[in-house]
Ligand binder design. Structure first.
Ligand code: GLN
Length: 514
């Protein structure tokens, strides 16, 4: 029952009462039951509450009461967004048993729009990764080829939409985590402008880069979802007070006269030939639709990876210091900690210091420090530890100006490049990724190769601008390719308009894995 329809089409059928929300929600849950053992898109399901919510919405609709903009539509949520009383693990063993006492603003707004929240999706631990393989629970498989990664860190959100387990999912994007998995899984994804969507209740990875956004089947679906989740929030001081435009109305505007910038560099980057060719063909299609395409330069984007991989770990090392084994989350076993302290004392006395000289206060301090160390050693995965070490190093005394402050300076240059470009073009077009989805395990032992996959996406986060991925082709191995559209601050409407126009004349976004 679930195949072929977009969220917008489902909403129309729900509104016409050709299908009930209970039927649609049940169909998603059935689909998850039959497919997800293989895919691994979900970390938890809220079956009972979802069906209850759906039934209540059906009743309200039947009674002729007013319902919200997403009434009855099943939506999946990346497990980095707090859901009241429901597991929120961030893909980490550390938070395996954590149930937040409140909803993230994004989640609250979805509920208020009468969306049905069906479950929490798998992800790279604390959103650090580009393949889904860093999940503390299990890797997610790409529905197009289950031997390949779905991309990350919003791996489950992309895979669940691609495998028709949910018509819409929410992801987050710190350096590409909405756009890259959308590209790898053949769906549409939008990273809004920094501050367009509230970060309240979004567990922080790198606070100056993190942004939540929609992942779905079409640009129209993205527009409907963004309409609900965007807007000012008093709980997030970095959230923009700018009024939210009518994104659906913007979709109907013609492309004629629009100016697009093509970054020649991106096509000479040594990326996969088929991927680049698909993006180039999509740009030709946009030209046929009336857009004017000019070549532009983003001279500092070659430093984007280096800049991002200093700034993001620096912020992460600070944000993740809250996982100390004390406040919440995993705590190492007390007996284990005491044993470690005893061993420390014994080895100190063996090396000459007299064990008896340790006062009770010393011992208490050692126990505290060992609790931190042991809890973090046990609860956090390898990539997360790597980022904490990198960030702590880059911020340490004497190195700050060499790495962190330098990276901030380059970040400004990257932003200025965009400002200069947007003085003459409405949007920038190119490939989302240098390659299509790679094999599971292919890059797990080579973090640098993994990081280089973020080549085209991280600049938008550094500059804070909106960026979208729309399906634009399949490689000879039947792997999806994404077209990247980047726009000026708060220019989401324009990006949605371009993607929508493109989707009206192409059918890549309707393709399904076999
Ligand atoms: N792949 C990038 C990283 O590992 C981006 C992650 C993200 O956007 N959350 O940091």
């Amino acid at each position: 029952m679930l195949e072929e329809l977009t969220a917008s089409q489902w909403l129309a059928r729900l509104e016409a009462r050709e299908v009930s929300s209970v039927e649609l929600t049940q169909a998603c849950l059935d689909r998850i039951r039959s497919r997800d053992a293989e895919i691994g898109a979900f970390l938890s399901l809220q079956e009972a509450s979802a069906l209850q919510q759906a039934a209540a919405i059906d009743q309200r609709r039947a009674a002729g009461n007013e319902v919200g903009a997403l009434a009855g539509l099943p939506v999946a949520i990346k497990d980095v967004l707090c859901t009241r009383g429901e597991p929120t693990t961030c893909g980490s063993k550390y938070l395996e048993h954590f149930k937040p006492p409140y909803d993230a603003t994004v989640v609250r707004r979805l509920r208020e729009a009468d969306a049905v929240l069906i479950g929490k999706t798998n992800m790279d631990e604390f959103a650090m990764g580009g393949s889904g393989e860093n999940s503390g629970f299990r890797a997610t498989a790409n529905p197009w080829d289950t031997q390949r990664v779905p991309g990350g860190s919003s791996s489950g959100s992309a895979a669940c939409v691609a495998a028709d387990m949910a018509p819409v999912a929410i992801g987050t994007d710190t350096g590409g985590s909405i756009r890259q998995p959308s590209a790898f899984c053949g769906i549409s994804g939008l990273k809004p402008t920094y501050g367009r969507v509230s970060r309240y209740g979004l567990v922080a990875f790198a606070s100056s880069l993190d942004q939540a956004g929609p992942m779905a089947r079409s640009a129209e679906d993205l527009a409907r979802t963004l309409q609900v989740i965007a807007g000012h929030d008093a709980h997030d001081s970095t959230c923009s007070p700018a009024p939210v435009p009518d994104y659906l109305a913007a979709l109907r505007e013609p492309l004629k006269g629009i100016r697009l910038g093509r970054v020649a560099q991106h096509f000479e980057s040594g990326g996969d030939a088929e991927t680049l060719a698909a993006a180039a063909a999509a740009i030709d299609e946009l030209r046929r639709l009336g857009a004017e395409v000019v070549d532009i330069e983003l001279p500092h984007s070659k430093y984007a990876i280096a800049t991002y991989y200093v700034i993001a770990p620096c912020e992460a090392s600070s944000n993740l210091s809250r996982y100390d084994g004390m406040h919440y989350g995993h705590r190492a076993d007390e007996a284990e900690v005491r044993k470690l302290v005893r061993e420390d004392l014994e080895s100190a006395s063996a090396s000459g210091a007299s064990a008896g000289s340790a006062t009770e206060k010393d011992k208490r301090e050692m126990t505290l420090v060992q609790t931190y160390c042991q809890s973090r050693s046990e609860g956090l995965g390898g990539e997360v530890k790597r980022r904490i070490m990198l960030g702590t190093y880059a911020l340490s005394e004497g190195y700050q100006s060499k790495y962190y402050l330098k990276a901030l300076q380059v970040r400004r240059l990257i932003r200025q490049d965009y400002e200069a470009a947007f003085a003459s073009v409405d949007a920038i077009v190119g490939p989302v990724t240098p390659t299509p989805a790679f094999a599971i395990g292919e890059k797990t032992n080579d973090p640098l190769a993994m990081y280089l996959g973020d080549l085209f996406t991280v600049s938008a986060n550094l500059a804070g601008i909106p960026a979208l991925s729309t399906p634009c082709g399949l490689t000879s191995q039947q792997l999806p390719v994404g077209l990247h559209l980047q726009g000026p601050m708060l220019g989401e409407a324009r990006l949605l308009q371009i993607a929508h126009a493109y989707q009206q004349v192409t059918d890549w976004h309707t393709r399904r894995p076999r």
